[in-house]
Design a protein around this ligand. Structure first.
Ligand code: SIN
Length: 309
């Protein structure tokens, strides 16, 4: 039985009184809408406040942003250089703008990003920040949810926090690859390309590297704010350094469930021309697989992070 807690008193998602933007909290646990900004023309003063709001609210979003791929790239680059995207290839002319498109006739049993996860933690330097822009969204469904990993850590008992303080999580693409091979249609899409690997005798060296994965601290410190957060998820965490799998499984299972309890989450109902941006060091997220028969077209950029510490 996991401890179910309400965040009140543990985390303050109030908006700060910014001078150049307006922040409107989305939920008690995390998230905020940012108003008063045109992402094609962000002033330096606005950018400083946007970055502050991102670290504070973990995920922020903007409505009504009809921006080009080049403007999406330029905004993203304000946070740092692009990360290697572990799954997708960019659109022509914009190698770092990655299409996340599910066609209406795609009958895959899964959608990209449907398990709760932090982006590509199996990489040596996982992406710090992700910026996702919507072009076409289903009339209902296709929402994205986030959970606050710092709040989840703070809500564990002091004894549990002490127990996990020095542990290192083993992250791997293993289980996502297996699910894609079992349940995704073979198409020219991130999951479709993974599904096609079931016919190849041996995985490419690149995929083997992602399946081998990496070990990172289970409690991660944000390099800018110093905030500590649980660094683990239900999709990619497959073990704990030094533990055998039977010892690690109940700890991972408990923490992965604890992390995503409803009181720690917010949920975004997408509209066309939105941009959501989140800090993978401070939250996990999940896409919903509930819009069969409808097309969903989004584009993603990712910003490289540091070796987690
Ligand atoms: C992702 O996991 O980056 C995609 C989320 C989404 O499509 O809602």
């Amino acid at each position: 039985m996991r401890r179910v807690l309400h965040p009140t008193g543990q985390f303050d998602n109030h908006a700060k009184p910014y001078q150049h933007i307006e922040a409107l909290p989305l939920a008690a646990a995390l998230g905020a809408e940012i108003r008063g900004v045109n992402l094609a023309q962000v002033s330096e003063a606005q950018f400083v406040e946007i970055r502050d709001a991102l670290y504070r609210h973990k995920m922020i979003f903007f409505r009504g942003q009809k921006i080009t791929h080049a403007e999406h790239e330029a905004f993203s680059l304000g946070f740092g250089p692009f990360a290697e995207d572990a799954y997708t290839k960019g659109v022509p002319g914009h190698a770092n703008v990655h299409p996340l498109i599910k066609e209406a006739d795609d009958k895959s049993k899964m959608v990209f990003g449907e398990g709760w996860h932090t982006d590509s933690p199996f990489m040596p330097k996982p992406p710090a920040i992700t910026a996702l822009r919507s072009i076409e969204v289903p009339p209902f469904g296709g929402d994205t949810q986030w959970a606050n990993s710092a709040l989840a850590l703070a809500s564990l008992s002091p004894a549990y926090q002490k127990m996990i303080a020095g542990l290192r999580t083993h992250f791997s693409m293993r289980d996502v690859l297996a699910s894609a091979q079992a349940g995704a249609e073979e198409r020219d899409s991130p999951l479709g390309r993974l599904a096609s690997t079931k016919h190849t005798g041996q995985l490419s060296e690149d995929l083997q590297r992602k399946v081998r994965g990496n070990f990172h601290p289970m409690v991660r410190t944000h390099p800018v704010t110093g905030e500590k957060a649980l660094y683990l998820d239900g999709a990619y965490a497959i073990g704990i350094e030094g533990f055998d799998e039977f010892e690690a499984a109940p700890i991972i299972d408990y923490l992965a469930n604890h992390l995503v309890q409803a009181a720690f989450t917010c949920r975004l109902r997408w509209e066309p021309d939105m941009l959501a941006i989140w800090d993978n060091r401070l939250c996990v997220h999940q896409a919903f697989n509930d819009y069969h028969g409808y097309r969903r077209e989004l584009y993603r950029t990712t910003v490289v992070g540091e070796v987690p510490a």
